[in-house]
Design a protein around this ligand. Sequence first.
Ligand code: PEP
Ligand code: MG
Length: 292
Amino acid sequence: LVPLLANLGDPDGAAEAVELGAEGVGLFRTEFLFLSNDEAPSVESQKKSYVDLLAAFPGKKVVVRVLDAGADKPLPFLTDEGEENPALGRRGIRALSFHEDILRDQLTALAQADAETDADLWVMAPMIATIDETEYFMNLATELGLKTTGVMVEVPSAALLADQILKVADFASIGTNDLVQYTMAADRLLGSVAHLQSPWHPAALRLIKAVADGGQVNDKPVGVCGEAAADPLLAVVLVGLGVTTLSMSPSALADVRAELLKHTLQDAQRIAQAALDTGNADGAKSAARAAA
Ligand code: PEP
Ligand code: MG
């Protein structure tokens, strides 16, 4: 059975996530540390939050995402308010590499917190689109003392290059919220294009499969940490596509676990293939239901 992990937005939710059966953390969003501030928080204050988080998961995997500023998460001191299309602008790793001091401080705080705690800390970067960005992030994280470093796959280019990106990165985690937004060219916050935003769309499923295949050939783990992982039947499809961990809001863990327990891996692969062989999101969902 694939490990089920929790998505957390601050350390306060950690205890509840453990109670609800999280086997670790698959996505720790760090924006909360930055959103209420006019400037980046100090290494010392960040480290305190990371220690609080890591201390709740001794011996367990905890995947922390470095700051994802821009687009739906603007930050005055980091992002350019004049961009006409901020979702296609300097967000995520692009903003961080432009303000490398902020990235260095965050990675330093994470390495210090790691040294003081017993969790298995993994660190990943948001919005990776290229192999160059992957190498840049891996090199910096390694230089600053982090042991396991990976990328989020949220941009179609990264999914298409996953076999090469995963030669470099230790792991990948698919952010389906943004991956669907960029695959379908449909703003994730815009109701008028909501019909295009389904992670069931076979276009998204094919990209997810490309990432899982890239993980398999390189023997590297590939997780999903977007909302898609919280849909029980879609979780079965994701496992069938070759995804090795699922991370979701803790309240979804029990239902996803119950659904996964109903199927063997072979079943999941058959269900995933049925979904892949369709031409739209509704068709994929119906085909998966019929095959399950
Ligand atoms: C995603 O894009 O799927 C994701 C997990 O990141 P966020 O929702 O924070 O952009
Ligand atoms: Mg995202």
